[in-house]
Ligand binder design. Sequence first.
Ligand code: GUN
Ligand code: ZN
Length: 433
Amino acid sequence: MKLALRGDLLDFTAEPAWGDTESPAVRFRPGHWLLVDDGRIVAVQAEAPGPEWVRDDQAGRLILPGFIDTHVHSPQLDVIGSYGTELLDWLETYTFPAERRYADAGVAEQGAAVFLDALLARGTTAAVVFPTVHKVSADRLFAAAEQRGMRVIAGKVLMDRNAPDGLRDDVAGAERDCLDLIARWHGKARLAYAVTVRFAPTSTTAQLAMAGALCSADPTLYMQTHVAENRAEVQWVRELFPDARSYLDVYARAGLLHPRSVLAHGIWLDDEDRAALRDAGAQIAHSPSSNLFLGSGLFRWRDAEAGGAAVSLASDVGGGTDLSMLATLRDAYKIQALSGERLTAWKGLYAATRGGARALGLDAEIGSLEPGRLADVCVWDWASEPVAARRLAVARGLHEKLFAWATLADRSNLVSTRVAGVERYRRPPTGVP
Ligand code: GUN
Ligand code: ZN
């Protein structure tokens, strides 16, 4: 099908520099047509297309590439907003009990559908996802993503110690489950498998070695985990792995750091760790709302980048408090403000689109409005209520407008989400429920 979508197109041609509000990396094409043929962007033009193109005219609205959430837990919709704990207590008190339910295929299937539809209803079209330790939870998540045509990277969670009954695997069984899931899903449709180590404390050295061997056997696999999120966690890892130089080094020794490694948080890393990330080509999935909510700490984004690590953006629900990448951006700005830095709208929106795509090695598929990319695109109202309308009306210049938009917009601004050109979310005429 030939689709022509008109609106104010915004994307990035390169990475914006810190503090640069007039960045040459920003590409803004107001009132342009995005031409999509068979799910792929084929052209962008100011002139109206010919009659063979089906028009979706969204003039006066903002069109962005779909957001990319590089770290989120599908079963943790059930624990968002749980009171009163830091990471390790939060896992024991709320999260592990909630994840146990995902042993059940029906719970896993229904949970995956609700989760992916919730992403689409917030403008997120691609995600790197933790389901649970249960094979069925990953299987149903992949199936639900395939049905929706989404780019999803996920894998069964590995945890063979320091977890309650019903949430532990063992090395041999886990390896078998991984291999089955890889054979079934890796490279199918828009799906990829990630070897998913929950975090160092819940895997034995033998399990970490197995995970590393899976990665070395197939360099097209991703790896996802958590690292250096919370000070008590870092101390625990020091006790569990006394021979490792650092928390990150536990993963490095197991062969888990490579260009497809996505490590959430990375708040408590040192310069040597940052250099190791750079040398491996691995990325940090910065999870600001989670870091604030669980009181984990203030991520030094600029230091991480100066050290050579790629940084992408993540909701980390349910430690994070909102699946929306706009809410994530707002919290990212506040964390940088507390650290004496300023995150421009450009830097934040880049990280949530093309930056995330690049870090995942998916720049040729998603993250921008370049011809050749799949048409994962969202249409947004500039303003959906009077306060935002008033604020945007007085904005001077494009950065001020986008920054105010990102600060004030929420899911009620989202009009339509397309995945490979197919509309997978449309705001109900009566507004969002
Ligand atoms: N570390 C290990 N597991 C988790 C989790 O589920 N959420 C967060 N934020 N950190 C973790
Ligand atoms: Zn997480």
